[in-house]
Ligand binder design. Structure first.
Ligand code: FES
Length: 87
């Protein structure tokens, strides 16, 4: 089991799930859902090591790194991740 938190709200996910749907339920904004528009930029406050490595869409965005991710592309491997919208 994995958990993602935004402010004081938490959502449980299965290990290996994309965080997109959980982030949307937590109120994060979305656009293309395909890694092109940048509308879903999030900052990782805690647990960045529990996410997958950046994929090609995130690398193409140019300003993404281990603590600045695209919510539509990141996958939670396991454990706890705390996020903040935008950066
Ligand atoms: S929703 Fe467009 S990049 Fe994530």
């Amino acid at each position: 089991m994995a958990v993602i938190q935004l402010a004081d709200q938490k959502i449980e996910l299965k290990d290996g799930d994309r965080i997109r749907d959980a982030c949307e339920q937590l109120g994060a904004p979305f656009g293309c859902r395909s890694g092109f528009c940048g509308a879903c930029k999030i900052e990782i406050i805690e647990g960045g090591e529990n996410l997958n490595i950046l994929n090609q869409e995130e690398l193409n965005m140019g300003d993404r790194d281990r603590t600045h991710r695209l919510a539509c592309q990141a996958v939670i491997k396991q454990g706890f991740v705390k996020i903040k919208e935008g950066f």
